[in-house]
Ligand binder design. Structure first.
Ligand code: PMP
Length: 289
């Protein structure tokens, strides 16, 4: 595998990061996960825009322009010669000293990996996931805003550990007010009486690019969409439920906290949105030529 290390294409064995990099020492950095389908990098511009917003929010100066970052990402995919896969684009605060002061880091550092990812077994896409709400709360915006896609994922990891300890594949995180937020790396949707509903961004969730795509596709298909504050009651009484994320794509949920959702099988609207989503993955985005 060929890795883009701060603008240089190098073999995987040479793609190493300093132990003094604050991305490693403090989780001080930002990242994106991006998929490409049939040589089309899905919504690359949107991912790059979110990356630069995350960086701006933490006062991290990315050394290259957004246009150049798009070029570097395309270049990395091309170098690996694969048509379908998953990109991990990481920007760290860079090398500093052992203190946490980011001002000691002279220059930020980035790398791009273009590889593969499988989040859930194929069976879960056909028959659905069983998930659980967890005690670990989603971090509050006043501490670390969930809109920032930062390298500090411990909040999500703690939730994932709790869910898997209970034999569940994924966690649903509740916010400080007790409202539904999101999964550890995915947004959540329900369908109730034909309406597609997802937690409002004010619940403290990442503004998912797959979330946006699915909402737009639903509206085009004549399905009403609501972003609102949701409780666990809404999840338990939903007709259908699914998660969205770049790596997970659109994945049905059939059980939450041991309650069967709807018929216990992935619902018709979920399946339709899965199909509509796959229909646009090769068209919207930046082509790898
Ligand atoms: N929420 C969290 C916490 C995430 O990390 C992600 C991305 N993996 C998502 C939601 C989904 O966002 P996207 O659709 O942009 O991948």
């Amino acid at each position: 595998m060929i890795i883009n290390l701060n603008g240089k294409l190098v073999p995987q064995e040479l793609a190493v990061v300093s132990v003094f990099d604050h991305g490693l020492l403090y989780g001080d950095g930002v990242f994106e996960g991006i998929r490409f389908y049939g040589n089309n990098i899905f919504k690359l511009e949107e991912h790059i825009a979110r990356l630069y917003d995350s960086a701006k929010a933490i006062m991290l100066n990315i050394t290259i322009s957004m246009e150049k970052m798009i070029e570097e990402t395309v270049k990395t995919v091309k170098a690996n010669g694969i048509a379908d896969g998953y990109i991990r684009l990481v920007v760290t605060r860079g090398v500093g000293d052992l203190g946490l002061d980011p001002k000691k880091c002279k220059e930020s550092f980035y790398f791009v990996i273009a590889g593969k990812i499988t989040l859930y077994p194929e069976d879960n896409y056909i028959n659905g996931l069983s998930i659980t709400t967890v005690a670990v709360r989603r971090s509050v915006a006043e501490a670390l805003d969930p809109k920032i896609k930062s390298l500090n994922y411990l909040n999500n990891i703690m939730a994932k550990i709790e869910a898997t300890n209970h034999g569940s594949a994924e966690a649903i995180m509740i916010n400080q007010q007790g409202y539904v937020a999101e999964a550890t790396g995915d947004n959540i949707f329900i369908i109730k009486k034909g309406i597609l509903i997802t937690p409002d961004l004010s619940a403290g969730v990442l503004a998912g690019i797959t979330r946006d795509t699915v909402m737009a596709l639903a509206k085009e298909a004549g399905i009403s969409v609501e972003e609102k504050i949701m409780t666990r009651y809404d999840l338990y009484t939903a007709d259908e439920c699914f998660l969205t994320g770049t790596a997970a794509e659109v994945i049905p949920v059939v059980k939450i906290d041991a309650r069967t959702i709807g018929s216990g099988k992935p619902g018709a609207i979920t399946k339709k949105l899965q199909d509509l989503f796959h229909g646009v993955t090769k068209t919207i985005g930046v082509k790898v030529k």
